[in-house]
Design a protein around this ligand. Sequence first.
Ligand code: 3HC
Ligand code: NAI
Length: 709
Amino acid sequence: MPELVRYTRRDDVALITIDNPPVNALSPGVPESLQAAIRQAEADGEVKAIVLIGAGSTFIAGADIREFGKIVSGERPRLSLLPFLQTIEDSSKPVVAAIHGQALGGGLETAMSAHYRVIAPGAQVGQPEVKLGLIPGAGGTQRLPRLAGVIKALEMCAAGEPVKAHDAVAAGIADRIIEGDLLDGALTFAREIASAPPPKTRDREEKLRNALPMVFDFAREQARKKGRGMRAPLAAIDAVQAATQMSFEDGCRREAELFNECLYSNESKALIHAFFAERAVSKIPGISKETKTFEIRRAAVIGAGTMGGGITMTYANAGIPVIVKETAQDALDRGMNTIRKNYGATVAKGRLSQEAMDHRLSLITPQLTYDGFENADIIVEAVFENLEVKKEVFRELDKIAKPECVLASNTSSLNIDEIASATTRPQMVIGNHFFSPANVMKLLEIVRGKATGKEAIATSMALGKKLGKVTVLAGNCHGFIGNRMVGPYVREAQFLVEEGASVEQVNDALYNFGMAMGPLAMDDLAGLDVGWAIRKEFERHQKPGVRKPLVADLLYEQGRFGQKTGRGWSKYDANRKPSADAETAELIEKTARQAGIERRNVPDQEIIDRCIYSLVNEGARILEEGIALRAGDIDITYIYGYGFPAWRGGPMFYADTVGLKNVLDRIREFERKHGAEFWSPAPLLIRLAEEGRTFEQFDIEKEAAVLTS
Ligand code: 3HC
Ligand code: NAI
């Protein structure tokens, strides 16, 4: 077994190195070894001071997150880190924590238990536990306000954002920036302070005094807004407030109670699931580090419309030179003006320097020709959503692009195999489905056709990371993962208003569930013209006699396309603020009456169940067909692409928390009431419910044979 903690000596300074790759998490064995090393240094008569440092690329990224699930399931007892860290603070010899990379969560709590902290200029410190539905659980809420003051501690513990090295020093969290070699600097610092009695953070009370109650009220108000529906940020605030009201020991006891409450919550289970799911998406069976990838040094985008413009910015933002091509000068000018306006707005908000904006613009070459396309390493097509138009573009690209150029389509629903068939190199053709606005939204859905080569997939996955995206691999089907599921979701919302719920009730029910916006608000944002075009394109698949939403088409025919025309399901003012539209309500009622749809009071819970379970049922089919590799991939798609609340873990994880048997019973109830066409339960859902398993436990690789047999 490699040593998790190493004890060495540098003359009169003990050097304790935590070495638990990849991020030096405080896994079982680490706190115990750390405690033993401190005791060894104390017993060593030659040692005057102690330096605590992390091996590899970071200090300590916190408690081992994988342990939390084991504790909650009863597999392992909860071992508080607090007493181990207390040994550091109680050391009679001064301990200097030397921070590089990250000191997060239990990592910062370890550093704050030391008597001094020195920090590399590029390092960050933070208490990100709330992002896992937790609060600091090893004294962080008690020590941080003592070092940085109540306001800073509230910010860091309730929002979870890390703080850069210079800010950490300014706030009093760290004592000195070490330019150059961190260990050398830490050893020098340790010798400077070796003879002074070690100061204990827990004894520092001055920054706790005079904390006004309104500070906590304000923090709670902010937390309720930013972490809508979440408990952990409020618990973190309660714990920091306890630091101002109680002794250190009692404050730690209060922190432990609140930590435990959070640890056993669905919120924490969901966020921990999302943490690991986000990291699992990049793991693709059959693709490894050895799979060849093409280096993307130059890109080209076709179409400077809504998506093409955003994709062009995404490349420029990542420092990749990009050509953007249009068919006409006015369309090109419009596209470039939007790009300039978007960058300008970011500069005006102070989030980008003018210099950086100029640099990004200099990387973009707008043009009407294919000049230079022969040098592009990737070409992304973002023209109209029409198969023939796209095939024509790919036919052209096949003639111009170099053989190792990735040919990507941003189609949101069309068949990648059909598009690839227009070329002589289908192995290089792939979907790169960005979400609108492409330069902002974190999700990138990579769509693999049946001929897409491993190299094109591996290149797109690696490129996604470089572009700052969370990249999910999907199989080829109508709408892929995200849009295939959103179809039934919006359909149910439309049926519900025809059955008697108001537009506002449907939107509010799902907003209160935690969605970033309600489904009809989303429809208005995407454009009712877009939904109409999709319905027309797929009209031929519509079975006669099967119910279809009626009002959406009527709104479209009246030129009410949603936000872009100021009217759709709702009315919008000049600032795009929505309000109820009495005419829409009247139109819905009249249409429903004429169609013989029974109008009734629809409970909020039915709205939530019908919309969310329509996602879940379609998600189950997507999973069993292998369109998504894992339930977690679907969850990540919905969290980053569709505003699903991360604290519910994504639609599939949410269904797991409700219990698949309960979900299935409810779906069967809907099937009886609304017909098998929409509600026949997915076979995978039935099977998992019967076996008492969860979507999370389903492994397509292992179970593919069972499914296909
Ligand atoms: N525990 C267990 N595994 C962890 C971990 C942790 N705290 N932090 C990261 N990992 C794992 C990841 O799952 C990943 O594993 P994989 O290679 O098998 O997929 C690997 O380490 C590398 O992580 P990333 O891919 O995220 O690497 P990056 O370099 O992009 O980011 C990081 C590094 C900024 C440290 C990021 O991983 C991170 O934010 N980690 C979580 C930090 C955190 O939330 N800490 C608080 C934990 S809770 C706590 O401390 C409670 C305490 O108060 C008692
Ligand atoms: P858009 O209509 O805003 O832009 C399309 C642009 O392509 C137009 O400016 C048009 O002039 C240009 N164009 C057409 N043929 C061309 C050619 N041969 N060469 C160069 N330029 C050409 O459309 P939008 O919304 O940007 O959609 C583009 C693609 O992105 C579609 O496939 C769409 O399904 C997909 N998409 C759209 C999303 C959205 O929210 N708008 C989200 C995700 C994907």
